[in-house]
Design a protein around this ligand. Structure first.
Ligand code: MN
Length: 274
């Protein structure tokens, strides 16, 4: 037996479709010498029914057959995802370009002309088996990568979902906290270290006539001027509680509460009825 030095195509199954039994036997003998496993069909109809249950690695397909011809068989194969992958090499006595183009259009990959020469047959068979195997390997690699990417995408989606749940929980807590802050009779303003307002409750809106969305992000100096601002700065600097009477006669207490959790100061002003 003649050896093929490529384990990827070793033991490949080849289907010979040929109505001439003599030709089929010659081809079979050549292929058998290289250890290929062969199957045989003598008509297009038989080929199609055979391919319902078996998937050869390559098909040697005679064009001129009784009944449906080689071109039609090849066209039929292209309709099936499984069968369209099998390389088809036509066997033909026809050598004109028009027929060859017709064969390629039908899905065939190559031609072998009669009379069959052993070396040419084997060379073409080996070449197309190799191409087909490498295509399989590439497709598998693409599949594997696609699957891997899909898994990555799923993991990312899950992460996003989890973060969305956390964000919703956080938003709930913020709303909860805001409603508590809004329900106190004290004015509560949170300031960062640069005295920029980060929180502004409804008492602050009531006293200063400014909505929270118009106050947050602005410097406290925009809303407080004069002696009160000095008292505020003093209180923030010393972190001491300061009690004083405002110009309007209201008794005011400033509580600067330094927070470990938020960078800045919570300013609480209680308006005591004098
Ligand atoms: Mn024929």
């Amino acid at each position: 037996m003649k050896k093929i030095n490529d384990d990827k195509i070793l033991n490949s199954k080849i289907l010979i479709v040929e109505d001439s039994i003599i030709n089929a036997k010659i081809i079979d003998t050549y292929l058998a010498e290289y250890g290929f496993e062969t199957m045989y069909a003598e008509s297009g109809e038989l080929t199609l029914s055979m391919l319902e249950t078996t998937t050869p690695d390559l098909i040697l397909l005679d064009i001129q057959l009784p009944g449906i011809d080689g071109f039609e068989v090849c066209t039929e194969l292209q309709k099936s995802e499984r069968l369209a992958k099998i390389p088809v090499i036509y066997i033909t006595a026809m050598t004109n370009t028009e027929d060859k183009l017709k064969g390629f259009a039908a899905g065939g990959v190559d031609y072998i002309t009669k009379p069959i020469h052993e070396q040419e047959l084997i060379a073409r068979v080996i070449t197309h088996l190799k191409i087909s195997k490498y295509q399989d390997i590439l497709e598998q690699e693409v599949d594997d990568r696609t699957k891997y990417l899909q898994l990555q995408m799923e993991a990312l989606n899950n992460e996003i979902q989890e973060k969305m749940v956390l964000t919703r929980e956080k938003q709930y807590l913020i709303n909860h906290l805001n409603s508590i802050i809004d329900s106190t009779p004290s004015l509560i303003i949170c300031l960062d270290r640069e005295l920029i307002i980060t929180q502004w409750n409804s008492k602050a809106t009531e006293i200063l006539g400014v909505k929270s969305e118009d106050a947050i992000g602005k410097n406290i100096e925009v809303f407080y001027k004069g002696p009160f601002l000095d008292q505020l700065r003093e209180s923030l600097k010393t972190e001491r509680v300061i009690t004083f009477n405002q110009e309007n006669g209201e008794n005011t207490v400033i509580y600067p509460i330094k927070s470990d959790r938020i960078p800045g100061i919570v300013l609480r002003i209680d308006y005591l009825n004098s």
